[in-house]
Design a protein around this ligand. Structure first.
Ligand SMILES: Cc1cc2nc3c(=O)[nH]c(=O)nc-3n(C[C@H](O)[C@H](O)[C@H](O)COP(=O)(O)O)c2cc1C
Length: 188
């Protein structure tokens, strides 16, 4: 009997307040219909993690209309540190962001997709980090298999209702588009 190789997906995320982490987890759960999935923060996404991936999904928060920078991550931590703030920062929030990760990343001829979190509003006004992630993935040789996607947060920096369900469905659709036969046989 021929053995079917397991397909592997890695979801790499950057997150200050946990919203992008929740979206990454939900996308990962959606991908599980076809893939063995790892969801990792950017601080843990060393080359060995990507080594045998068939699909890499990368996302982060939108800061000042695009991908975060060291200065915006510092501002995010300071905002959460204010006594009146209900926000809590992720353990590795002050650490390197996706731009730093891309700087040290090699060439990967692997399927990929980009997502972000951003404020709820017209993208022309809010900006979208996923467009920058998409461009950097392409520059590193990845084969982009989906349009960049945004998941929305409220003014209070909480995910809008149903965004984790939408992220799950996006992950499942992504999986099905890459491995349609595995998806049709999967118990969803
Ligand atoms: C310094 C800073 C700048 C931000 N700039 C934008 C922006 O330009 N557009 C936008 O839609 N959201 C902006 N936001 C909101 C973030 O997109 C939101 O905090 C993020 O999606 C939450 O994800 P996280 O919890 O994973 O960090 C900004 C947030 C911070 C802290």
């Amino acid at each position: 009997m021929t053995e079917v190789a397991t397909m592997r997906a890695v979801v790499v995320y950057e997150s200050m307040y946990g919203n992008t982490r929740q979206v990454a987890d939900a996308i990962g759960a959606g991908l599980q219909s076809c893939f063995e999935v790892r969801v990792v923060p950017v601080s843990e996404a060393e080359p060995a993690v990507l080594a045998d991936a068939d699909l890499v999904v990368v996302g982060g928060p939108t800061h000042i209309h695009g991908m975060s920078r060291a200065s915006t991550r510092k501002a995010a931590v300071e905002a959460a540190d204010k006594p009146a703030s209900p926000l809590k920062v992720e353990p590795d929030a002050p650490g390197p962001g996706l731009r730093d990760w891309f700087d040290s990343l090699g060439h990967y001829p692997v399927k990929a997709a980009a997502f972000d979190t951003r404020m709820n509003g017209p993208a022309a006004l809010t900006g979208r980090a996923s467009k920058g992630v998409f461009r950097l993935l392409r520059a590193h040789g990845f084969d982009l298999v989906a349009e960049p996607e945004s998941f929305l947060v409220t003014k209070q920096d909480r995910l809008e209702p149903n965004e984790t369900s939408r992220a799950h469905a996006w992950g499942a659709r992504l999986a099905a588009s890459i491995a349609p036969s595995a998806a049709s046989g999967a118990h969803l």
